[in-house]
Design a protein around this ligand. Structure first.
Ligand SMILES: [Cu+2]
Length: 627
C-alpha cells in the first residue's frame, strides 16, 4: 500500500462516528483478491482495492476488522471480535517498558537484586500467551522479561534479571501482577560485539560485485521482470514480503506466497521461562520490524530498494526507506558436462534474483530471502541472527533445558518454526497435492538381488488426508500438480515442495502453548482457498485459544483435490544453543524450495547461452612451471 492509501484508510476510520473516537490502529494491509476475483481481473474486470485494518479502543474490549474502499474511502465491512486483540504495536512495547520501570513494586524487586539505578533496566515485552492465570482474563497480556545494561550501548542480553517477570495489559498499561520467581544472580561479565568496546581483526582485501552494464531486472512499480520470471512484490506489516502472481515464461505458478507465521517455543520450564512461546508474525507482525538496509553493508553489488509503509498506533504513516532489497547473485555452476571422448565441455554459471528484507523482533533478527533461479526454481531461505534469548545460571550449571554461553549465562534450547502460505496456481486453477513415498521391494521373484526400490504416488484428497508429516523412512515428498494440464510425457504438470528443514515440535500438544501453536504439528497442510483463513495460528494471535489454528481449521475436512488450494509448509530450526551463538549469532538458515517436477518437458535452463566472465583473473598470477 502507498502512504497516500494508508492515509485515506486511516482517515475513513477517524471520521467514523463509532470507530473513530479513540481508535488505536493495528496492522493495515490490502484485502487481496480471491482466486476467482483474480481470474476476473485477468479477464479485464476491475478489482476494487480495499484496505483491511485492525482497530481497537482503550475503553472497549476486542478488536474490529474493518475494510475501507480505497477509491472512495467508504467503510465496506466491519466486524467486532470481542475477545480478540490486535497485534502489538511498537509504541506499546516502549510504553510497557516505561510503565514497568516506573512501578514502585518492580523498583523494589530490582533493589533486592542490587539495582539502585533503574536507567539500565531493559524490559522486553514478551507476548503473554494464554495460561489462564487469575487476573489476566480479558486483558491483552504481556509477560515481560528483564535485562540490565551496564553502560550506554552495552550488550544487555549478557545480564538477565532472571526470575523477575511482570504481567501487564499492553493496551492499557495496567500492571496485573509482579512475579518474583527468585533465581540465580545477574551475571555481570561484559560480552560485547560492538567494535566501540572491543578490538577487531585486520580487514581483508575488497571483494566487489560489479555489474558494469547494470542489472538484468526491470521494475514497473512493484512488478519485476527478470530472465523468464515475472512477479509482483508486496509488503505488509504482518507478513513482511508478499509475492504475487509468480510466473515463469508467462506460466503462472503461485498466486500469492508469504511467511504466514513464525513461532519460537522455548524449552525451559523454569521460573518465568515456561511462558516463552512467541509468535513473531501473528503477535508482533514482524513485517513492521523492518528497517532500512545499508548499501555496501547489508547489501552488496548493484541494488534496487523498495520502501515499505504501514501505520503507527495513532494511524500516522510510518515509512521504512530501503527496507526491501532486490539484486542478482552468482550461484556458481548451474550445469556442466564434459564429453570426454571428444573433449567438449558445456558449462553454464547460474544466477539468481534475490528479494529480501531483515526484520528484528526483540533479540533476534530474521532475514527473509526469496530466490528465483534460471532453472525454474523458487527458494525461500530464512537466516536467523541477532542475540539468543538468555537466562542466568550458576556457573557451570545451566541445567538440562539450557546451554551455558558465558560463565553464569545460559540460553534455553528452542525452535524457530515458520509456516509459509502458498496460494498455488500451477498453470491456472484446479491444483492438487500428490505425496510420493519410496519403498524397497521385498526380495523375491520381482527383486532377486535385493536392489529394487520404487516411488509410489498418492493424491491427498481432503484436508485431513493432506495433514502430513515428513518421513525419512520413505523419503516422503510432496508435489503440487495441475491434473488438467499435461506435459509432453502425458503427466500432470507439477512443482515439488522440497522440504529439507522439517522440525519435530517438542511443545506438548495439550499445554497452553501447544494448543495455540497447533499448526506446527504437521509439516504440510492443504486447505481450499478461504479468504478468512489467512494465517496458520489464526487471524488474531495475541492471547489466542488456538481455535482458528490450522489443526482446527482442517477438521472441516473439505475437498482439496483439483480446486483452488492453499499449501502450508512448516519448516524451521531446532536450536540447541552453542557458545559460538553468543554474543551475536552467526546466521543459521533454513528454508524450502518449489522445484519444477514435470512442469517443463526438459531442463528449462538448457538454452542458456555460452558465456565467459571477462572480469575474472588468476588470483596469484600464472602458476610457476615445475616441469
Ligand atoms: Cu535460535
Amino acid at each position: 500500500m502507498s502512504a497516500a492509501e494508508i492515509n485515506s484508510a486511516v482517515n475513513a476510520i477517524k471520521t467514523d462516528a463509532d470507530l473513530g473516537p479513540g481508535a488505536l490502529f493495528g496492522n493495515i494491509d490490502l484485502r487481496e483478491p480471491s482466486p476467482q476475483e483474480w481470474r476476473d481481473h485477468l479477464a479485464g474486470k476491475a478489482f476494487r482495492r480495499e484496505a483491511r485494518l485492525n482497530i481497537s479502543h482503550l475503553d472497549r474490549p476486542g478488536v474490529w476488522m474493518v475494510f475501507v474502499a480505497l477509491d472512495n474511502g467508504a467503510i465496506t465491512f466491519r466486524r467486532h471480535f470481542p475477545t480478540s486483540h490486535s497485534a502489538f504495536q511498537v509504541e506499546q512495547l516502549l510504553d510497557v517498558e516505561r510503565k514497568v520501570k516506573a512501578d514502585p513494586n518492580f523498583i523494589e524487586a530490582c533493589r533486592k537484586r542490587g539495582i539502585t539505578d533503574m536507567t539500565g533496566v531493559c524490559v522486553d515485552s514478551w507476548s503473554g500467551g494464554n495460561f489462564g492465570d487469575a487476573g489476566e482474563e480479558g486483558h491483552m497480556v504481556s509477560y515481560v522479561h528483564c535485562w540490565l545494561r551496564l553502560y550506554e550501548n552495552e550488550n544487555f542480553y549478557a545480564h538477565p534479571i532472571d526470575g523477575l517477570n511482570v504481567a501487564i495489559d499492553v493496551k492499557t498499561g495496567e500492571i496485573l501482577r509482579i512475579d518474583d520467581h527468585g533465581g540465580p544472580p545477574i551475571p555481570m561479565i561484559d560480552v560485547p560485539y560492538d567494535p566501540d568496546f572491543m578490538p577487531t581483526r585486520a580487514p581483508m582485501k575488497p571483494l566487489n560485485v560489479v555489474q558494469p552494464e547494470g542489472t538484468s531486472f526491470t521494475m514497473d512499480g512493484h512488478a519485476i521482470a527478470w530472465d523468464k520470471w515475472t512477479l509482483g512484490i508486496g509488503y505488509s506489516p504482518r507478513d513482511g514480503i508478499i509475492l504475487h502472481d509468480v510466473r515463469y515464461d508467462g506460466r503462472p505458478i503461485v498466486r500469492r506466497m508469504a511467511l504466514g507465521e513464525l513461532v519460537v517455543p522455548y524449552g525451559s520450564p523454569e521460573r518465568g521461562h515456561y511462558r516463552k512461546n512467541i509468535f513473531d508474525i501473528g503477535e508482533y507482525g514482524f513485517g513492521k520490524f523492518n528497517h532500512s538496509l545499508k548499501l555496501g553493508c547489508d547489501c552488496l553489488g548493484a541494488i534496487h530498494y523498495l520502501d515499505s509503509h504501514f501505520c503507527g498506533l495513532d494511524g500516522g504513516v510510518i515509512t521504512i526507506e530501503k527496507g526491501i532489497c532486490i539484486h542478482e547473485e552468482d550461484t556458481g555452476v548451474l550445469w556442466k558436462h564434459w564429453d570426454f571422448r571428444v573433449d567438449r565441455t558445456e558449462v553454464r554459471r547460474g544466477r539468481r534474483l534475490v528479494i529480501s528484507c531483515i526484520n528484528t523482533v526483540g533479540n533476534y533478527e530474521y532475514g527473509q530471502y526469496w530466490y528465483f533461479d534460471q532453472a525454474g526454481q523458487i527458494e525461500c531461505e530464512v537466516k536467523a541472527t541477532g542475540i539468543v534469548d538468555t537466562m542466568a545460571c550458576d556457573p557451570g550449571e545451566p541445567g538440562k533445558f539450557a546451554a551455558e554461553v558465558s560463565p553464569g549465562l545460559s540460553a534455553p534450547i528452542h525452535q524457530h518454526i515458520f509456516c509459509v502460505r502458498m496460494d498455488m496456481n500451477l498453470d491456472g486453477g484446479g491444483n492438487s497435492v500428490v505425496e510420493a513415498n519410496s519403498y524397497a521391494e521385498p526380495m523375491g521373484p520381482t527383486n532377486r538381488f535385493g536392489n529394487g526400490f520404487y516411488a509410489e504416488e498418492t493424491t491427498l484428497k481432503t484436508e485431513l488426508e493432506a495433514a502430513r508429516k515428513a518421513n525419512l523412512d520413505t523419503h516422503r515428498t510432496w508435489k503440487i500438480v495441475n491434473p488438467s494440464k499435461l506435459n509432453a510425457l502425458g503427466k500432470p504438470v507439477g512443482y515439488r515442495l522440497h522440504a529439507p528443514d522439517c522440525v519435530t515440535p517438542m511443545t506438548n500438544e495439550a499445554g497452553p502453548s501447544g494448543i495455540r501453536s497447533n499448526f506446527i504439528r504437521n509439516h504440510l497442510w492443504v486447505t481450499p482457498y478461504n479468504e478468512n483463513e489467512r494465517y496458520p495460528a489464526g487471524e488474531y494471535v495475541c492471547n489466542s485459544d488456538g481455535s482458528d489454528g490450522l489443526a482446527e481449521v482442517v477438521k472441516q475436512n473439505r475437498n482439496v483435490e483439483n480446486t483452488d488450494i492453499v499449501v502450508w509448509h512448516c519448516f524451521g530450526l531446532h536450536h540447541v544453543v552453542r557458545p559460538e551463538d553468543f554474543p551475536v549469532q552467526p546466521c543459521i538458515s533454513c528454508g524450502f524450495s518449489l522445484m519444477p517436477s514435470g512442469f517443463f518437458n526438459l531442463n528449462p535452463s538448457n538454452d542458456l547461452p555460452r558465456e565467459t566472465n571477462k572480469a575474472s583473473v588468476l588470483a596469484l598470477g600464472e602458476p610457476a612451471c615445475h616441469c
